[in-house]
Each structure stands twice: as structure tokens, then as C-alpha cells.
Design a protein around this ligand. Structure first.
Ligand code: GDP
Ligand code: MN
Length: 387
């Protein structure tokens, strides 16, 4: 779960990282009012979940009211590589002596936290890593011990931070590590980490991603998801506690269990199809749960056919079939369904479906057969006998 810059900065401040004061607003009038409160000069900053806002014209300095008005008008509604700006962050402008870079993430190959630091900040850090890798310090941290201040001082020194701000940079690194650890972030990045002419070290930007699966441990962070920019169906699924992912194709996929859903995606792709979304119905088989799942899948207009793939274990196929029948009677889906029932009580499940004679529902016995059927149906081709 990616945070907007100003939300990341709120987490930074919570852990003692220095940030500039500012206000988030959504209208030009509020931007002007916020600038008055924050104090001129200010920076008007587009809040979107994508970097490179400065280059795209989404970060502008303003010396007075008329400039804030002008920049806020221009930036609100701006499309930054597919992200429409709906929120602005109005921040008191900083004077900048140097722009550094700092980040913390998990190095999955080494299975250790990785702290990175460079005095070549402000720019695209991938470029620094490629052209002058010696200028990007990579330091692995003992996860049990955490990042000590001594280690942080070494990182800052090795990276070539100005001698008089090594302490300030070390403090920032320790605080950033704490943000990453305590907030269950997958990434905590500052670019640029600035040094002011007064030699203060401060985070001028933030990029924080939180581990969605750990969000239940952080009630304070639960309101942070950028719901306006989120896919509305994904948001609904989250609220309903359903695992749902939107993709780009035209076949809806529903299965029980993450492993089965993943292999269903593969089989559909092999059959030449392209999934529009997938949904893990989990262990539930009652009509209400299945109805909810079907509702969610069909909320995506791109879906032309649905593959419902159930492997019965503890979940019995006859129960699933009953749930499906009840759900279909309530929803009356307008697109064809292929239902594959296999495992516990599958014969009974298929018999129930056949008896119910639901329009546009086709039963399949194997996954491959089901995939071929659903790909044909999505392409508007007829398939063999219905259920
Ligand atoms: P990004 O382009 O999305 O990474 O947005 P940033 O927040 O990093 O801002 C881009 C650039 O704008 C920074 O690298 C700075 O050079 C400049 N900038 C941002 N805030 C200020 C500020 O308060 N004062 C000054 N002088 N420049 C700023
Ligand atoms: Mn930046």
C-alpha cells in the first residue's frame, strides 16, 4: 500500500524525522489559505502515487498569493503519467544547500534489511546506481540488532556526507529505519534528504509503502490508503475482506484457495485467454459469500465470461453448487459462466447444477476443459452442452 508524500511525512514526523510544516488541500481557495498559514514562500506539490512530479511540473515554488493561485490551478486536475492530481500539499519552502538520498527496504536475496545512502540525491537514484555505483552506499543491517547510531555514522561518513552534518544524517537514517520497522513498511525512502544552509538535515520528499498484510497492527494507518486513486472494485473487495485483484483481460476468475486461483490464471492463459480479474472465495461456500464474490467479479464491465473453479476438500462441491444456484437466482448474471467442480461431492454438485438448469452456466470436469470453454465463450463462440 503506497502512501502519498504528505502521509509518508506524517509517519516520518511520528518517529522524529525532521520535515517541513504543511497542509493538504483539495481546492485552489484552500491552497491559498493554507499558504497563508504555512508562511511564504511555499511549495505547491501534487500528491499522486508516482515519482518524478517535479519534472512533470507538479512541484512549484510560490512567493505570494497570486503564484499559489496560479500553480494550484494548474496542478489540480493535472495528469501525471496517468495519475490525476486531486490533492495538493502546501509546504513551507526550504532553502537547499545539498540534496542527499536515503532509503530502507528488505533485501529479499540476502534476507536482511538494506539501508541505502547517497550524497547524489534529488535525481533519479537508479541512474546513480547504474552510472556511479560507488556513490550509492548499500549497508545490510542485522535485523535482530537493528541499525545502531554508530553504524549510521559509518554509512554517512562512507557516503561522503559533509563532515558537519554526519550526526544529522545518522539521526535521519536511524529514524528512517525505525519508520520502516515500526510501521511495517516495505519501503521507506527520502529523495531528497536535504541539508539546509543552516545545516539542518530534513526530509523534503517521502516514498513509503506499507505492508498491507500488517495493516491490522496499525489502526492509525488504516485510513491512509489513497482511496480516491484506488480501483473502486478493489476497494470494495478490501472492505468486504475478499482477496480480489484487477487485471487487464476479459475473463473473470473465481476459485477457492490462493494456489488454485493462481494455477487457474495459468491454465486460462495457456488456453489463449486473458483474465480480467481474480478472486479467491476462500473456504466459504454459502450462498451469501458466493453471491458477494459473483457481484464483485461482475462489477468489472470488461468481464465477458467467468470461470468458477472449485476444488472440493473441506469445502464440499454440493454446498458450493447450492450456494451458486441461490446466488445466480438472486443476481441473474448476464455473462456466461463455466463451473468446474472437482473433489469432495463433485458428482452431487454437478448433478445439482444440471437440475437447476441455470441459463448460461456450463459445467466442466477438468481445469483444462473449463479453461478452453471459458476462452471460447469470452470470444463469443458457442460451446458444447450447458449444465
Ligand atoms: P519528485 O519530483 O516527485 O521526486 O518530488 P520532490 O518532492 O522530490 O521535489 C522535486 C524537486 O523539487 C526536489 O528535488 C527539489 O529540488 C525541488 N523542491 C521541492 N521542495 C522544495 C523546497 O522546499 N525548496 C526548494 N528550493 N526546492 C524544492
Ligand atoms: Mn523526490
Amino acid at each position: 500500500m503506497d502512501l502519498l508524500e504528505y502521509q509518508g511525512k506524517q509517519l516520518f514526523a511520528r518517529h522524529g524525522l525532521k520535515v517541513s510544516s504543511g497542509k493538504a488541500v483539495t481546492t485552489v481557495d484552500d491552497a491559498v489559505a493554507a499558504a497563508g498559514e504555512v508562511g511564504y514562500p511555499v511549495v505547491v506539490k501534487a500528491q499522486v502515487l508516482i515519482g518524478g512530479r517535479g519534472k512533470a511540473g507538479g512541484v512549484k515554488l510560490a512567493a505570494d498569493e497570486s503564484e499559489v493561485h496560479e500553480h494550484a490551478s494548474n496542478i489540480l486536475g493535472m495528469d501525471i503519467r496517468g495519475h490525476i492530481v486531486r490533492t495538493l500539499w502546501i509546504e513551507h519552502a526550504s532553502d537547499i544547500a545539498s540534496e542527499y538520498y536515503a532509503s530502507v527496504l528488505l533485501d529479499r536475496q540476502v534476507l536482511q534489511p538494506l539501508v541505502m545512502f547517497s550524497v547524489e540525491g534529488g535525481v533519479d537514484i537508479e541512474e546513480v546506481a547504474e552510472r556511479t555505483p560507488e556513490k550509492l552506499i548499500r549497508h545490510h543491517v542485522d535485523a535482530l540488532a537493528g541499525l545502531s547510531r554508530e553504524e549510521a555514522v559509518e554509512i554517512a561518513t562512507e557516503g561522503g556526507a559533509d563532515a558537519d552534518v554526519i550526526g544529522g544524517v545518522a539521526d535521519a537514517l536511524v529514524a528512517l529505519y525505525e519508520v520502516w520497522l515500526a510501521e511495517d513498511a516495505t519501503l521507506a525512502e527520502i529523495n531528497p534528504l536535504i541539508v539546509t544552509p543552516e545545516r539542518e538535515v530534513r526530509a523534503l520528499d517521502s516514498k513509503v509503502s506499507l505492508d498491507y498484510n500488517a495493516l491490522y497492527r496499525h489502526p492509525d494507518n488504516q485510513g491512509l490508503s489513497d482511496s480516491e486513486n484506488e480501483d473502486p472494485i478493489e476497494r470494495r473487495a478490501k472492505e468486504e475482506g475478499v482477496q480480489y485483484v484487477k487485471l487487464d483481460g476479459d475473463i473473470g476468475i473465481l476459485g477457492n484457495g490462493a494456489g488454485l486461483v493462481m494455477s487457474t490464471l495459468d491454465v486460462v492463459a495457456q488456453a489463449g485467454g486473458s483474465p480480467a480479474n481474480f478472486l479467491d472465495a476462500g473456504g466459504g461456500s454459502d450462498a451469501e459469500k458466493i453471491k458477494q464474490a459473483v457481484d464483485l467479479l461482475l462489477a468489472n464491465d470488461a468481464v465477458k465470461a467467468v470461470l468458477f473453479n472449485i476444488f472440493g476438500g473441506i469445502t464440499r462441491c454440493d454446498e458450493v453448487a447450492r450456494g451458486l444456484i441461490a446466488a445466480f437466482e438472486a443476481i441473474k448474471p448476464s455473462v456466461p459462466f463455466v463451473v468446474r467442480l472437482d473433489g469432495t461431492n463433485d458428482v452431487e454438485g454437478r448433478r445439482l447444477l444440471q437440475e437447476a438448469a441455470l441459463p448460461n452456466v456450463h459445467a466442466a470436469k477438468t481445469m483444462n476443459e473449463a479453461a478452453e470453454m471459458v476462452v471460447a465463450l469470452a470470444a463469443g463462440q458457442p460451446v458444447g452442452a450447458g449444465a
